[in-house]
Design a protein around this ligand. Sequence first.
Ligand code: ADP
Ligand code: ADP
Length: 221
Amino acid sequence: MSIQVKQVTKTYGIQKALNEVSFNIPSGEVVGFLGPNGAGKSTMMKIITGYLPPSAGEVEVCGMNIADNTLDIRRKIGYLPEHNPLYSDMYVSEYLSMVAGIYHLPKPDARIREMIGLTGLTPEKHKKIGALSKGYRQRVGLAQALLPDPKVLILDEPTTGLDPNQIVDVRELIRNIGREKTVMLSTHIMQEVQAICQRVIIINKGEIVADNRSEQLSAST
Ligand code: ADP
Ligand code: ADP
């Protein structure tokens, strides 16, 4: 199993955002995490990526406990947060160099070129991030998440706020990436799951309410 979530509960003060959530995602699967705003999607993703400690329960990624927080495990998980704090004054290639440094990548320049090509950023690489459209900034986020060649990619609402053409492009990019990685993406849009994912886990009010192959979605809703 690539991602194992075991009985995870998260409370913020008296607010329970996740209530004993468990699921397994095997290696190579592309899974949609579907639910309305406030369901607990971002909280779950922050816990899977190690950014937020659970109140109870545990998460293993590639057989390693996320609580150990080693560089080894961080390199295995690529994360695109919903509100990705990109540095708008930095050039695209400069920003990716900084991220490569954080991960101590052995051959950063070759890897950065490869990720710029993969995410379709070649014409933009000498631009400042702040000058890019939201769709292109999302590509920078994907390039950043993919830099350490993670096994698992966690994408929080990757197309929210993009215009329709950008949505088509970013979905296509995620589909291509999903051929080689385990992907979990959150969304409140069912069509997004149908366009990209093999499986859908539906969350509402901090609890898993369904877990199906995504082709069954249209039949059951
Ligand atoms: P989603 O990503 O599905 O919109 P979230 O995980 O962001 O859901 O939020 C789940 C619930 O937890 C919501 O009720 C939200 O208001 C609450 N919540 C999220 N983050 C915090 C926080 N830092 N402090 C207090 N409540 C929070
Ligand atoms: P996200 O989906 O990334 O959690 P949000 O816009 O929902 O982004 O929230 C922005 C920040 O505020 C996040 O750090 C989130 O944890 C926190 N937050 C969300 N809901 C609440 C809440 N009800 N009370 C306090 N903080 C919250």
